[in-house]
Design a protein around this ligand. Structure first.
Ligand code: UDP
Ligand code: MG
Length: 333
């Protein structure tokens, strides 16, 4: 049984060697059969060179260098397309997810679970704002989402091959992997762990990116924003109906119907405003349809190290043939 570890890396030169050493020492205790797949997500620092050196020294390492920065979720997706393990573990490069927890996850997998996902019981070294916003996000998300997404769960998890194959059949662009894994189903179990502070380097998720990521999560897994629009629309129509009755009454049964200007003016403004809000909501969804419709590859590979040469007729990489247009300098391990 082969266990694959996917590590997305973006400007992680300070930690990558230490992370590698720690992963290897943990994995060697679990199984002799493992592979480590590092995805360099277009780092501007020395990360790619470090990864190349690591790969040259260790046959169990494979490296995928993306052509530019595609973001964490795409880097992990690239990893999923390149694994060959029976179980696949996703872990961050900054040692915030302790590699020792992998052992527990693997034990659950041996017991027959298909997904063992890490749940953060405690997060050290994060700002109070990040703690608060993350907590709020997971709770709102759960209220709005169509599938139950476990609270306080990141992407640190083990997945069985079946789950990985299912994910590869989901080519959506606004990727929120932890939601997608919940959607897939199978037998899943939570593994509590303490999230450590970042070992070195800085977080690549500033506030703005966090908000975008939260929006991806909510809009890709929920139709609530659309439904809010419908209910608000019905309410508006009901109110304007009353308004029309009132206007007719004033017009037909009283003599003072000229001063009705105020209320109609307000009504026009109100309806105009509501319509703009709805247009925005609809626009957001249409924008997504448009983006999906372009069917661009999710990421592009610049170079591959440690893989067997790829034949473009090979159907094992069937998700996104275009994604494999990268140069392949892989030697057979
Ligand atoms: N990451 C990536 N591409 C990006 C941003 C981040 O591959 O555009 C990687 C990063 O190297 C790390 C993981 O994703 O391994 C999580 O990122 P980070 O630690 O910066 O996020 P945080 O833990 O602060 O939410
Ligand atoms: Mg981190």
């Amino acid at each position: 049984m082969l266990i694959s570890i996917i590590v997305p890396c973006y400007n992680e030169q300070e930690v990558i060697q230490i992370t590698h050493n720690r992963l290897v020492s943990v994995l060697e205790e679990i199984t002799p059969q493992f592979e480590l797949i590092y995805i360099d997500d277009g780092s501007q620092d020395e990360t790619a060179n470090h990864l190349q050196q690591i790969q040259q020294r260790d046959q169990r390492v494979k490296v995928v260098l993306l052509s530019r920065n595609f973001g964490h979720q795409m880097a992990v997706t690239a990893g999923l397309d390149h694994v060959s393990g029976d179980a696949v573990v996703l872990i961050d490069a900054d040692l915030q997810d302790p590699p020792e927890v992998i052992r527990e996850m693997v034990n659950y997998w041996y017991e027959g679970y298909d997904v063992a996902y890490g749940v953060r019981t405690d997060r050290q070294g994060e700002t109070p704002f990040k703690l608060w916003s993350a907590k709020a996000f997971y709770r709102i998300m759960n209220h709005l989402s169509d599938v139950a997404i476990p609270l306080d769960t990141g992407d640190f998890r083990l997945m069985d091959r079946r789950v990985v194959e299912a994910l590869k059949m989901m080519p959506e662009r606004d990727r929120f992997l932890r939601g997608m894994v919940s959607w897939v189903g199978f037998r899943q179990i939570a593994v509590p762990y303490q999230r450590s502070p970042r070992f070195a380097g800085v977080s690549k998720y500033p506030l703005f990116k966090m908000i975008r990521f939260a929006a991806d999560g909510i809009l890709s897994f929920s139709l609530v924003p659309l439904r809010v629009a419908i209910w608000a629309g019905i309410l508006t129509v009901a109110l304007s109906f009353l308004g029309i009755l009132y206007a007719l009454f004033v017009r037909l049964f009283t003599l003072s119907w000229v001063p009705g200007w105020t209320i109609s003016f307000i009504a026009i403004l109100f309806i105009g405003g509501i319509q703009l809000v709805f247009l925005g909501v609809i626009g957001e969804y249409i924008g997504r349809i448009y983006r999906e419709d372009k069917r661009r590859p999710l990421y592009l590979v610049r170079e591959r190290l440690g893989f067997e040469p790829i034949s473009y007729n090979d159907n094992s990489y069937n998700v996104n043939p275009v994604s494999y247009a990268g140069k392949n300098s892989g030697k057979i391990p």
